[in-house]
Design a protein around this ligand. Structure first.
Ligand code: ZN
Length: 185
């Protein structure tokens, strides 16, 4: 079965780059490249581990950005459509005060990702605490938290293209073990 053409996760990138990704996927070479660059999955497996991970980054970089009421992996996010996560500000009346609640939900596809790509999505969502739009200031803040942000976002988008075309996750715990033993042999 021929892989489907990559959808527009790479929309806005130069045609030369997106063409390279498409060719690598068609030749089934992208997976190996990504695994070479990012060999192991992260170990942030639960919502509470994710919560601690996000709070640590937040207190390092965005101490004054307001409290987060909830941090969780969310299996209901359209995994591939909203893979860059959602950011919500829910206003609730508490007593006579209107309190803005901020939640960060990360699509469950990120549960099985390498540490660098988890960091990238968390940096992205944290930057939204300051900036709603994906503008210049937003990306500056992303780069402040993670200097390699742009390369990581590109690699993530390339991986999403791979996932969409092949349906084969690269960093589920079982996959990682299989690849490690193949490489050892
Ligand atoms: Zn965003």
């Amino acid at each position: 079965m021929r892989p489907k053409p990559a959808p527009d996760y790479l929309a806005g990138y130069p045609a030369e780059l997106t063409g390279q990704v498409r060719t690598l996927i068609e030749q089934d070479l992208l997976a190996a490249r990504l695994l070479r660059k990012y060999p192991l999955p992260h170990t942030v497996r639960s919502d509470s581990a994710l919560h601690d991970y996000v709070q640590a980054l937040r207190s390092e970089h965005l101490r004054n950005a307001g409290q987060l009421s909830k941090v969780a992996f969310d299996g209901n996010l359209q995994v591939l459509r909203n893979a860059l996560g959602t950011h919500t500000r829910i206003s609730r009346v508490q007593g006579h005060k209107l309190k803005a609640k901020r939640e960060i939900r990360i699509a469950t596809v990120f549960r099985d990702m390498p540490p660098a790509l988890l960091r990238m999505i968390v940096v992205h969502e944290l930057a939204h605490l300051r900036h709603g739009e994906h503008g210049k200031a937003f990306y500056q803040l992303c780069r402040h938290m993670e200097p390699d942000y742009h390369q990581l976002e590109f690699d993530l988008r390339a991986y999403l293209c791979h996932l969409d075309a092949t349906g084969r996750p690269l960093w589920s715990t079982a996959t990682a073990t299989a690849v490690a033993s193949t490489e050892a042999g």
